[in-house]
Write a new protein. Structure first.
Length: 184
């Protein structure tokens, strides 16, 4: 996959999220704002990079503060030889073309039931599809998610290729944020 030639190098603390129980299957890093500003978008953004020299590809999440955060799986931080609480060195480069997103099964079923919506869906850009899916999956309640799926299919059927009124950064709506750190 080709990349944009904007590499950022920085150090950050690997945090454990506040969770119930003892699940420590993942950790996270919040990107400095100056690093996030170099990324091509304020919403979800896929990057290639290294953590302490160990290569990975991941999709950054918006933090609602015009920056991003990175979820680091246990397998990745163990492979990189780091533990939660360590200061890690990251190098990130945004990918030139976003990978095609996975379509949630419930949305896929709804699209299959509405041929007009499915046609417009296939004619949209990968970034637009990523935003549609992000809007649907960011719903906190199943009822809201179901409504968004219905609304998405209606909007797509009417020819709209981009979800309207969705702040993919979460800055204006405060819809997104990095996890709370257990170690602060």
């Amino acid at each position: 996959m080709s990349k944009i030639d904007v590499k950022s190098r920085f150090e950050a603390k690997l945090h454990r999220p506040v969770q119930l129980g003892s699940d420590i299957s993942w950790a996270f890093v919040v990107l400095p704002k100056d690093v996030s500003e170099k990324l091509p978008r304020r919403g979800k953004t896929t990057v290639e990079g290294t953590i302490n020299g160990h290569h990975f590809q991941a999709t950054l999440e918006p933090d609602g503060q015009l920056s991003h955060w990175l979820q680091v799986s246990r397998a990745l931080y163990e492979a990189a030889g780091v533990t939660v609480g360590d200061i890690v060195t990251l190098e990130l480069t945004p990918v030139k073309q976003e990978p095609e997103p996975d379509i949630p099964a419930d949305f896929q079923e709804a699209l299959a039931a509405m041929p007009e919506a499915h046609k417009v869906w296939t004619d949209t850009t990968t970034i637009a599809r990523l935003d549609w899916i992000h809007w649907i999956t960011s719903a906190k309640q199943l009822k809201t998610r179901a409504k968004r799926i219905g609304d998405a299919c209606d909007m797509l059927s009417s020819g709209k290729k981009h979800v309207c009124c969705f702040d993919q950064s979460g800055y204006y709506s405060k819809a997104f944020r990095a996890p709370d750190a257990a170690d602060l």
